[in-house]
Design a protein around this ligand. Structure first.
Ligand code: DQA
Length: 137
């Protein structure tokens, strides 16, 4: 089973970015733990701060992989383009967020991803990614 985690802008700063919201762990440490726990899964990771690169990646892998775990970060709330890409591809997408976006500012309550996601997992910290992975297994 081929699964990819795609992270959007500023998620490369996990570990030092607002630790009270996003925790202390770096994503690469978390990803290594996840890979060794689910070592039968072909698990990849991609991160970009650039909207078009995220769309390119979704187009590139979105017709052949078994699942996409997508945290589009701030672009969740702004990007019609990423929302359209999620709609265009055939690989199912689980939208995840580390924080509970609904307990935060109202601009975080809107998502251009959700209408075309297979499911949504929000607010469980980094565990949100693991729950998404489990849903594909
Ligand atoms: C986030 C929530 C977004 O509102 C925010 O812009 C992020 C991270 C989360 O995982 O909690 O960058 O997607």
């Amino acid at each position: 089973m081929k699964i990819i985690i795609i992270n959007g802008p500023n998620l490369n700063l996990l570990g030092k970015r607002e630790p009270e919201v996003y925790g202390n762990k770096t994503f690469s440490d978390f990803f290594e733990e996840l890979k060794s726990k689910y070592n039968t899964v072909d698990l990849e990771y991609y991160q970009s701060n650039i909207e078009g690169e995220l769309i390119d990646k979704l187009q590139e892998i979105g017709f052949s992989y078994d699942g996409i775990i997508l945290n589009a970060a701030a672009y969740t709330h702004t990007s019609v383009g990423i929302g359209d890409a999620v709609k265009a591809i055939t690989t199912p997408v689980i939208e995840v967020h580390i924080s509970n976006t609904f307990s935060r500012e109202t601009f975080r309550h809107q998502s251009f991803i959700s209408p075309n996601a297979k499911g949504i997992i929000i607010g469980f910290g980094l565990k949100s990614y693991e729950l998404a992975l489990q849903s594909f297994l």
